[in-house]
Design a protein around this ligand. Structure first.
Ligand SMILES: [Zn+2]
Length: 501
């Protein structure tokens, strides 16, 4: 078997990625009860060999500029495939065991996913505490296998990249340094703490009631994010129509976007986490949500619509590397963060829900609170993950610092046993945080260039369309430069976190 040249590799990789994406989609939305990624990887095993990697490395060295970057992304994907080939069966087995896991609750046998979804809607504080505890017990019973998989992946990645240190390895892949990102977001968190503390007290009182613990458990987070006591305003039934209307004001007609395939149905095995699976951008982009009622449905829909419009809006003639591959997700998250932040605009609440000015301001403040809470959680999570992976080659992965850091940053208790379920691959937390910084910069830019009501002006959509056309090619740092900010300039973010709605 001889290796393919970069162009032939790209074409075959495209077909492979489409199959994998469709399989992931079927499991995610509950159409399939078992994940069979391993069979797909086995069929395309010829793509992921040392020989193939060598050919791509040579080609990358012989090119420059955008062409070199395109081949570099093929090479990185090939490296990942070599690792995947070795562990995909174990990953499938873990995924399938999680799908099969059951939680006993009030005389019912719930799937773990349904139990997690239930946490968002269980009305009594004590019930959420109790359900959270059994969910955590069930989920953390898989920690040994999660840790074993991380170890195996680490050892394979060290071998295939030649970089033994996990943090350095990820920095090379992303093309940035992670500690300066942490420094910037830690400072932003500290600077915005005086604004956050009273906001937190006010909203926890309103959302969790006076009998709550001083530091409530993270089991209440989904309930908090839904703004459940305001559910009568932010109904499940209206979420799609309001979001479609919101996008229309920006000049996006979701129904006319041929590439976007919405899946908005409620199924018991469907993951409660909304997502976009870009199987073949711009032609096939799945937009998947599962509404449960509450403001979070609206934010999740707008967030995922940002990804979907980005992927479905790219120039079809771009190479695969710039239509769907990327070194990380920091670019696409800018657009989803920008769109979901519309829920932080008082005018949006007034316009779509018929609220008086005071109520609209109040509810927008709730959205700002949950946004601040999540920003603080992720900033602490990045600090924890950097320590976790720095220690990893010597200690093999421990929860040290997880509970302390996340709890101190948020005032919500994140139990140590959750540290592995809460670990996204490849420092995704850093991608989110760069998007937090960038989306705030972009809003400052739009307020200046388009107006304070940028969120309902077609000029905003037109600017976004221009960016979407470039697909995944630019880095988030390039976007900062274009709008006149330094990559780690957190001034707009701190100003927003500190400002009343
Ligand atoms: Zn996202």
């Amino acid at each position: 078997m001889t290796a393919l040249d970069a162009r032939a590799f790209e074409q075959r990789l495209d077909v492979f990625l489409q199959e994998r994406s469709e399989e992931a989609r079927a499991v995610r939305v509950g159409e399939k009860e078992t994940s069979e990624q391993a069979a797909i990887v086995a069929r395309y095993a010829d793509l992921f060999t040392r020989e193939q990697l060598e050919v791509l490395r040579e080609t990358e060295g012989a090119r420059d500029g955008a062409e070199q970057e395109a081949v570099a992304r093929l090479r990185i994907t090939c490296q990942e495939g070599i690792v995947e080939r070795e562990i995909v069966e174990r990953e499938d087995a873990l995924e399938n065991a999680l799908l099969a896991a059951r939680v006993a609750w009030k005389g019912e046998e719930l799937s773990l996913r349904s139990a997690q979804a239930r946490l968002a809607v269980e009305p009594a504080y004590a019930d959420r505490d109790a359900l959270g505890a059994v969910v955590l017990d069930t989920s953390s019973s898989f920690n040994d296998e999660r840790r074993a998989l991380l170890r195996e992946r680490h050892s394979l990645e060290s071998d295939v990249t030649g970089i033994a240190e996990p943090v350095a390895r990820n920095e090379v892949e992303k093309g940035i340094k992670l500690r300066p990102v942490l420094g910037a977001v830690d400072r932003a968190r500290v600077e915005s703490t005086p604004a956050f503390t009273p906001q937190r007290e006010r909203w926890l009182e309103r959302l969790l009631g006076p009998d709550r613990d001083a530091t409530p458990a993270h089991a209440h987070m989904a309930w908090i994010r839904r703004l459940s006591p305001l559910e009568a305003t932010y109904t499940k039934e209206r979420s799609v129509a309001v979001c479609v209307e919101t996008l229309r004001a920006l000049g996006f007609d979701l129904a006319a976007e041929k590439g976007i395939r919405p899946d908005l149905e409620d199924r018991p095995q469907k993951s409660p986490r909304a997502c976009v699976i870009a199987s073949d951008p711009p032609r096939v982009v799945h937009l998947i949500t599962r509404a449960q009622g509450g403001l979070h449905d609206y934010e999740a829909f707008l967030h995922e619509a940002g990804h979907a419009l980005h992927y479905a809006g790219c120039e079809p003639s771009l190479p695969l590397a710039f239509r769907r591959l990327s070194r990380d997700h920091a670019l696409t998250e800018i657009y989803s963060f920008l769109l979901d932040s519309i829920a932080q605009e008082p005018g949006w609440h007034a316009e779509h829900f018929g609220l008086a000015e005071g109520d609209a301001r109040e509810n927008a403040d709730a959205a700002r609170f949950t946004n601040a809470l999540l920003f603080r959680r992720y900033s602490a999570k990045l600090g924890y993950e950097l320590d976790f992976w720095t220690r990893f080659p010597s200690d093999g992965g421990t929860p040290d610092g997880y509970e302390e850091r996340l709890t101190a940053a948020t005032g919500i208790r994140y139990p140590a046993a959750n540290h592995l379920a809460d670990m996204d691959a490849g420092f995704y937390s850093a991608d989110y945080l760069r998007a937090w910084i960038r989306a705030a910069q972009l809003r400052a830019h739009l307020r200046r260039e388009v107006g304070v009501d940028w969120w309902r002006r077609p000029e905003t959509g037109a600017r976004l369309r221009d960016l979407f056309r470039e697909g995944t090619r630019p880095t988030t740092e390039e976007i900062a430069e274009r709008i006149g900010f330094g990559p780690l300039d957190t001034e707009p973010l701190v100003a927003e976190l500190g400002a009343p709605a």
